[in-house]
Write a protein of this length. Structure first.
Length: 578
């Protein structure tokens, strides 16, 4: 390969080459760390943004994988520089990692801007790390590759495969209903997560790494490799080698992330049976690239894109390990055929569709043809109406079809504590038609829009043998969740969205085929309630929380900060270094 750039044209050369006192300092301090000038002279410097931490089970293997990335960078003639970044463990960070997604995005952007680097490998995978790292790197504009953490191995208990998240929710309902013992519950607890790696269901983690690959930001096939597979180590090294080539080729993200690549990413996401969280994240990612993706765009693509990945929670039996053995994301792309735009390229510099004709599909029950889908439309549907004029989201493929058209009385909880009193009372007066509502749990109200939207089934209905009901919230839910849950109602109740005006006993009507969600309350009554509504006190008075509450956008806009919006494409503001 003949470089298109010379060494002197590299961004890092501005730090390392000039014969002046400032660059003397850069070189001498590099030598202080034990490096020789031969380690960096003539070489691009590659940042490796590593989101490993002791509180991050999804990324436990990143301590090892970063060494494989460094190996690839060195093999290709680059100089690796590992930069730790905020980890955002979905399992332990409270109240929600969504509160800090934008903080990691800002950190990623500023790490790349402030250091003498020419490109980057982004190491992530746990839910918010993928969009956050990509958002920051898109805004910075340097060549980069996203390295996905990979799904963990299938869970196992009593001879049955377990899916992280999905089966946790499922068996918790059974535990609360009294149908499984404490010993069985503890066996499930010990068997559901058996290796490092992110959730092995088609939850938010698997959805977002698939979106990153379909958008062209990962190596072909990278998102499907299980974390514990030796192929993951080889892929890590390949990321290091390829990013060096991208730097010489000046293959920047604005050439990769285009309207065509964003549509491809949404199409692939819908075909996977994706997480509802994908809507928020892909909107934010697209807008960082200057592409004004809207909720209506996602609904339009979803209406014509069947779910072909038979993976829980939308599918019935299989998990991501099965998906990989069946051919992985590239096999799913092959099934989609001409639904993908062949003009979009990837980090390879070649079209996303390049080589798909040669891809093998080893199990067409796991990765279905378009003629035999898991669900006839895409995974997600966008609803609008007087309860959510700016939109709400539901996952029709993962809920009981009887709720695709539903009308019933609202039962409203203003907080999660209030909700728990309802769901934990075995004698609470509600019926199978009840529409259970949790509000004040959105971006500002949560704060941070926690994953409270898969409201647990009330004990009063569990004892009747029921396992689904209609639920509405301005919160999110885990991508591993399922059920008739309407989420992301916008504007949220905390800022005065119509959900704030709903009262217990009001009739609510949902029609998924018509994409509508309404409270059947006269306009004049709603106007009177609006006049009587008073805003709640702010959640924060200082620090990051105060900045968050002042600048966070609503769910339909991607929950990015308003001051980070990209109106006309990425803009790089370079620091003065002398």
């Amino acid at each position: 390969m003949t470089p298109k750039k010379t060494y002197e044209q590299l961004r890092s050369a501005r730090w390392m080459v000039p014969d002046d006192q400032r660059s003397f300092g850069h070189r001498s301090r590099t030598m202080q760390m034990g490096y020789d000038p031969a380690d960096w002279e003539g070489r691009p410097i590659v940042a490796i943004l590593n989101t490993w931490s002791d509180a991050q089970p999804c990324h436990m293997h990143f301590k090892d994988r970063v060494e494989w990335v460094k190996r690839g960078v060195l093999q290709a003639g680059g100089f690796p520089m590992e930069l730790p970044a905020l980890s955002l463990s979905e399992n332990f960070v409270k109240p929600t990692t969504m509160l800090y997604r934008n903080l990691l995005a800002m950190e990623a952007e500023e790490l790349l801007r402030s250091h003498p680097v020419d490109g980057a490998v982004l190491m992530g995978g746990c839910d918010k790390t993928t969009p956050a790292l990509i958002m920051g790197a898109l805004s910075m504009g340097l060549p980069f590759i996203f390295l996905p953490a990979g799904p963990m191995l299938r869970g196992n208990y009593a001879g049955k495969y377990l899916g992280s998240g999905t089966d946790g929710f499922k068996y918790w309902d059974e535990r609360r209903a009294g149908t499984i013992s404490r010993e069985e519950w503890q066996g499930i607890e010990g068997g559901i997560a058996r290796s490092y790696g992110h959730c092995m269901t088609m939850g938010t983690a698997s959805t977002m790494t698939a979106i990153a690959e379909a958008m062209g930001l990962s190596l072909p096939g990278a998102s499907s490799i299980p974390a514990a597979d030796a192929g993951h180590q080889r892929m890590s090294t390949q990321c290091g080698r390829r990013v060096v080539e991208m730097i010489w080729e000046d293959l920047t993200p604005d050439r990769i992330v285009t309207p065509a690549s964003v549509e491809n990413a949404v199409t692939v996401a819908m075909a996977t049976g994706c997480s509802t969280n994908a809507i928020i994240h892909v909107i934010a990612m697209a807008r960082r690239a200057g592409i004004p993706l809207e909720l209506d765009d996602l609904d339009r693509i979803g209406r014509t894109t069947p779910v072909v990945a038979n993976i829980r929670p939308s599918g019935s039996n299989y998990l991501m390990e099965d998906f990989y053995y069946a051919g992985g994301l590239r096999a799913l792309m092959k099934q989609l055929g001409d639904k993908l735009d062949s003009t979009a390229i990837t980090v390879t510099g070649k079209p996303l569709t390049d080589g798909l004709d040669d891809v093998k599909i080893w199990n067409e029950d796991v990765i279905r043809p378009l003629t035999n889908p898991v669900y006839h439309e895409g995974s997600l549907a966008v609803l609008k109406g007087n309860l959510c004029p700016d939109g709400a989201v539901i996952k029709p493929a993962a809920c009981d079809r009887q709720f695709h058209r539903h009308k019933g009385p609202a039962l409203v909880a203003d907080s999660y504590a209030e909700l728990k009193k309802i769901i934990d009372d075995p004698d609470y007066p509600l019926t199978p038609d009840t529409v259970l509502v949790l509000r004040n749990a959105g971006p500002q109200g949560g704060p941070g829009m926690p994953e409270w939207g898969m409201i647990p089934m009330p004990k009063a209905l569990l004892k009747l043998g029921l396992r689904d009901m209609m639920r509405i919230s301005d919160a999110r839910m885990s991508g591993t969740s399922f059920g008739a849950c309407v989420l992301h109602a916008a504007p949220e109740a905390y800022v005065g969205g119509p959900l704030a005006l709903l009262r217990t006993g009001d009739m609510v009507e949902m029609d998924i085929p018509a994409r509508s969600l309404n409270m059947l309350v006269p306009d004049e009554e709603l106007a009177a309630r609006r006049a009587a509504w008073t805003p709640p006190p702010p959640r924060y008075g200082r620090g990051y929380g105060l900045m968050f509450s002042k600048h966070i956008e609503q769910a339909d806009k991607g929950c990015d900060f308003d001051f980070l919006k990209t109106e006309f494409g990425p803009k790089v503001d370079e620091p003065a270094i002398n």
